[in-house]
Design a protein around this ligand. Structure first.
Ligand SMILES: Cc1cc2nc3c(=O)[nH]c(=O)nc-3n(C[C@H](O)[C@H](O)[C@H](O)COP(=O)(O)OP(=O)(O)OC[C@H]3O[C@@H](n4cnc5c(N)ncnc54)[C@H](O)[C@@H]3O)c2cc1C
Length: 403
């Protein structure tokens, strides 16, 4: 028998990882009644490497979560090395925008820290709930979601806003009919595995013709070793190889022989994981009663390792916009909402532009001199983005300080 488990909140967020939990955390700190639902439970992993660029680390720091991330045992990374044309250049991470380190926490750790922080701030978190669609009122406005829990019991959650933070293949985006506003090539593949047993002094990059490989040191003395290539190249090597591991080893030995040689003394501790044909795309960010955040609204190739930082930035832009819409500031009712949500889309689209363009160009794998030049531009863009975030008021900081 169908048994609906019904509840009502100001905001329901579908998806509880970097975009969803960060949005919930900030909304709860701003005093709103928010529920996060995810079909997964936490801690759990997701398909992603996890180096957080300076701008993402700035967000963790501003939100008071960087200490918890470092306390999880992830190394504070203070040096970055580029190996190109037979030379290695190492630079220290400068003290800028309030941080002097970067981190690469495993997603089962990072996402759990965010979910717990959202809960501590007052958000309700419901795991094991799969959302299958949205509810609408008779004017067509989205007014909630429906789905089911692990036992198959129906779940209905009513809300003034439904937020899709449910990743690239967003069910919410589909249900509300969010249109793609920009679609570029989907050329890139990323593959990775974890290794232990040798020292990892910092982040390292190995750019090569039609490839970028690297090292992200993470928990328990392990490192994530990854390689980005055009999808066609990854598939061609896979066809010639007996296994995924063999294909990964071949790609590394061809594109980053120095790294492949170092790995001979290390021990692989995971299977090889990866994705092909990563889209570069933007979706409409909002509509009546709904909004998208994180990969659900904007997806880019992993070659720039920037999705977590994008999610953190957009979570904050969205939380501020929703706060204005929910409190009717400035203006009243529908006018306040339209103003606030249009501003969210405008700010998101403006803030993502520089790194999106660089990502699309890197994912087309131009010849090495152009590729290296793009990497330099990326580093400047990230520092600018970090500085801009550090200048913003922290949502909920005043309320947090008063408690
Ligand atoms: C191979 C790879 C490497 C990457 N490397 C990096 C990197 O080094 N650095 C970086 O910054 N970014 C990296 N990224 C990008 C980064 O992983 C994403 O940008 C980020 O995970 C997006 O977070 P999100 O919260 O928007 O979505 P997701 O992490 O996809 O989370 C979506 C959540 O929604 C839930 N969900 C989905 N559908 C439903 C439903 N119907 N009902 C209930 N719950 C649902 C899922 O269970 C999931 O928990 C990489 C991505 C890939 C694929």
């Amino acid at each position: 028998m169908y048994h609906a488990n019904r509840s009502r909140h100001e905001v329901v967020i579908v998806g509880g990882r970097v975009a969803g939990s960060a949005t919930a955390l900030l909304l709860a700190r701003l005093g709103h009644d928010v529920v996060v639902v995810d079909r997964a439970s936490f801690p759990s992993d997701t398909l992603s490497t996890h180096s957080i660029a300076r701008s993402g680390v700035v967000q963790l720091n501003r939100w008071g979560l960087l200490d918890a991330v470092l306390d999880s045992g992830v190394p504070a990374i203070r040096q970055i090395t580029f190996h190109a044309d037979g030379e290695s250049v190492t630079r220290q991470v400068k003290h800028r925008a309030g941080v002097d380190l970067v981190v690469a926490p495993r997603r089962n750790v990072l996402d759990t820290i965010l979910v717990s922080a959202a809960e501590l701030a007052g958000a309700t978190v419901r795991t094991g709930v799969t959302v299958s669609g949205v509810q609408r009122d008779d004017r067509g406005r989205v007014v909630g979601v429906h789905g089911h829990d692990r036992g198959g019991a129906g779940v209905e959650i009513g809300a003034r806003f439904v937020i899709g933070a449910d990743g690239l293949r967003s069910r919410v985006a589909r249900a509300v009919g969010a249109s793609l506003t920009e679609l570029r090539h989907a050329n890139g593949a990323t593959q990775y595995a974890y290794y232990a047993g040798i020292p990892w002094p910092g982040i390292e990059f190995y750019p090569a013709e039609r490839a970028l490989a690297g090292i992200f040191p993470t928990h328990d003395g392990q490192a994530c070793i990854w390689i980005c290539t055009p999808t066609a190249d990854a598939k061609a090597v896979r066809r010639r190889s007996g296994t995924r591991v063999e294909a990964f080893d071949t790609l590394l030995s061809v594109s980053a022989p120095g790294l492949a040689a170092r790995l001979r003394d290390a021990r692989r501790t995971s299977p090889v994981l990866g994705v092909l044909r990563q889209p570069n795309q933007l979706r409409q960010a909002y509509g009546p009663g709904w909004a998208l955040v994180g990969d659900a609204g904007y997806h880019r190739d992993a070659v720039t390792g920037y999705g977590i930082s994008d999610a953190f930035r957009d979570a904050e832009l969205l939380a501020v916009a929703l706060d204005r819409a929910l409190t009717g500031h400035p203006g009243i009712g529908a006018a306040a909402e339209a103003f606030a949500m249009a501003q969210y889309q405008r700010e998101r689209d403006h803030a993502l532009r520089g790194i999106f363009e660089i990502t699309c160009q890197l994912a087309a794998y131009p010849a090495m001199p152009a590729f290296i030049e793009l990497q330099k531009r990326l580093s400047v863009e990230i520092d600018c983005a970090a500085a801009a975030l550090a200048d913003r008021p922290v949502p909920g900081e005043r309320l947090l300080a008063a408690t």
